[in-house]
Design a protein around this ligand. Structure first.
Ligand SMILES: NC(=O)c1ccc[n+]([C@@H]2O[C@H](COP(=O)([O-])OP(=O)(O)OC[C@H]3O[C@@H](n4cnc5c(N)ncnc54)[C@H](O)[C@@H]3O)[C@@H](O)[C@H]2O)c1
Ligand SMILES: [Zn+2]
Ligand SMILES: [Zn+2]
Length: 362
């Protein structure tokens, strides 16, 4: 099969700097699509890949928060066609597994990626981050990973729904089932947590408490709809959240950091029978120690949010429409747009907390 050469960003090995390299993108086979990437956001998960926190399958082709235009499709692809403006998703549901057959496709246990591999010019197979690999001019995905949305939306904004922003909004709407009148606390207000604030506001939460250790993140969270902010560097967040909720704790607490200590804060900052949503991703060595009696005695639900329990075909077009109508502001997540060669700098800025999202424009 023919392949085309494009530029892409790879992580060659654990903690090594990323490199822009020529990669080979095969023509799409059955069920696959090649997408000309227009924009791809920098997510913390890309940094986790680079640092070895996800797996050891180096080299990785990084990038997974992307929008672009379908260039070509393989045999049997009917859901998208060349020229379609799409957001890429990393959970293309199979329709066949037990979760899908029970009508809960957002839990799909057999999500699809492209069968063929993209490679370096010497033939080394690349592991695309989350089965996407979109810090590249073009990428090969399963056609089901492409969701058509309103082409008048900006690619930089649309791409963000492909991961962090969808994960955060979905953590509130889909996993946490936040509804009007609820009190919500969000611990960690980076791209994902700030999106959880936006989702909670959209759902009609009465009180939305943003918690972070960085005042800049608290300022953006407030601009996006947080009613209260707590800097947990100098204030006990559990006490503060209780004080702001009449002594009870929040109905829903969303953890968007992915660490045992912030998870514990979430656990104790919710009201009896409340819900904890873990959307932050822990690393393999982390463990959690909690009194089992507290787990029982405090009741409620302890949930994890895979990709905001989203269904791309349902949620992406809806959220793009709400954005285009001005009912949610997704453009506020784009702190800066950068070039493919600037990724290492963008990681540093993310690490220092300078950005909500840097978006690579291609
Ligand atoms: N579940 C999913 O499907 C999904 C999808 C995307 C990202 N994620 C995960 O969500 C997490 C957040 O991602 P992001 O892109 O928003 O990262 P980010 O770096 O933009 O944000 C992290 C935020 O947490 C804050 N923080 C760090 N330590 C803290 C502490 N002890 N207390 C309070 N706040 C603290 C930081 O100041 C920062 O604002 C990551 O773990 C990422 O891997 C999960
Ligand atoms: Zn399935
Ligand atoms: Zn991501």
């Amino acid at each position: 099969m023919a392949a085309q050469q494009v530029r892409g960003v790879i992580a060659p090995g654990k903690n090594e700097p990323v490199q822009v390299q020529t990669i080979l993108v095969p023509d799409p086979g059955p069920g696959e699509a090649v997408v000309r990437v227009e924009a791809c956001g920098v997510c913390h998960t890309d940094l986790h890949y680079k640092q070895g926190g996800i797996s050891d399958d180096y080299p990785f082709l990084l990038g997974h928060e992307a929008a672009g235009v379908v260039e070509s499709v393989g045999e049997g692809v009917s859901e998208v066609a060349p020229g379609d403006f799409v957001i890429l998703n990393w959970r293309a549901v199979c329709g066949q597994c037990r979760a899908c057959r029970r009508g809960r496709p957002w839990y799909c246990f057999d999500t699809h990626n492209a069968q063929q591999r993209m490679t370096l010019t010497d033939g080394t197979a690349l592991s695309p981050a989350l089965g996407i690999g979109a810090f590249a001019e073009k990428t090969l995905v399963a056609a089901g990973q492409c969701t058509k949305v309103d082409p008048s939306a900006s690619p930089a904004v649309a791409g963000l729904l492909g991961c962090g922003v969808m994960a955060g909004i979905g953590a509130a709407l889909n996993t946490g089932n936040v509804t009007r009148g609820d009190s919500v606390a969000v611990i960690g207000c980076g791209g994902v947590g700030a999106a959880a604030v936006v989702g909670s506001r959209l759902a009609g939460a009465a009180r939305i408490i943003a918690v972070d250790i960085d005042d800049r993140k608290l300022d953006t969270a407030r601009a996006m709809g947080a009613t209260d902010t707590v800097n947990s560097r100098d204030t006990d967040p559990v006490e503060a959240i209780r004080a702001l909720t009449g002594g009870f704790g929040a109905d829903v607490v969303i953890e968007a950091v992915g660490r045992p200590e912030t998870y514990k804060q979430a656990f104790y900052a919710r009201d009896l029978a409340g819900t904890v949503v873990l959307v932050g991703v822990p690393t393999p060595e982390m463990t959690l120690d909690l009194p089992l009696l507290d787990v029982f005695g405090r009741g409620g639900a302890l949930k994890s949010s895979w990709y905001g329990d989203c269904l791309p075909s349902r949620d992406f077009p809806m959220l793009i429409d709400l954005h285009q109508q001005g009912r949610i502001d997704l453009a506020a997540f784009v702190t800066e747009t950068i070039a493919l060669d600037d990724l290492e700098k963008a990681f540093a800025r993310m690490h220092q907390g300078d950005v909500l999202r840097s978006v690579v424009m291609l």
